[in-house]
Design a protein around this ligand. Structure first.
Ligand code: ZN
Length: 160
């Protein structure tokens, strides 16, 4: 993985046009992939920003933008299968809080608070991890991580 994925992202000082451009880039990258979430470190930018859209293909898109997010409540426990655009093709079960409350700024710099459960709660926690330099496979056993690394290396060789 790219080294910026291991770094702790910095807070956004001011939500301005530059940040809005970053948000647009991130949304485009996420929809192109396609994925349900993307954090700024995944495109090489070490800032506390992520975007999520969990709408399925037959639903209208609903983009959530989180700038300087903080989780202020966690409740319950749930095991869900997760994947990550930075670890392509790998899906593993990860245990996380079942519901969370997050507060963040939107792309206009306005603060909002959101209660989330289910897939949205999973995505928020997954993207929050990216902001502190953590990728979901780190929750897995060492053996599993070694296997995943070998798998990714093999795939990289095959695509060269
Ligand atoms: Zn990810």
């Amino acid at each position: 993985p790219h080294p910026v994925l291991r770094e702790v992202a910095k807070p956004v000082a001011r939500v301005d046009d530059e940040i809005r451009r970053l948000v647009d880039d991130m949304a485009e990258t996420m929809y192109d992939a396609p994925g349900v979430g993307l954090a700024a470190p995944q495109i090489g930018v070490g800032l506390r920003v992520f975007v999520i859209d969990i709408a399925s293909e037959d639903e209208p898109s609903e983009l959530y933008v989180f700038i300087n997010p903080e989780i202020i409540r966690r409740e319950g426990m749930a095991l869900n299968q997760e994947g990550c655009l930075s670890v392509p093709g790998i899906y593993e079960n990860v245990e996380r809080a079942d519901s969370v409350t997050v507060t963040a700024l939107d792309e206009n710099g306005a603060r909002f608070t959101l209660n989330a459960s289910g897939l949205l709660a999973v995505c928020i926690q997954h993207e929050m991890d990216h902001l502190r330099g953590k990728v979901f496979v780190e929750y897995l056993s060492r053996l599993k991580q070694t296997r995943i690394r070998a798998k990714l290396k093999k795939r990289q060789r095959e695509t060269l």
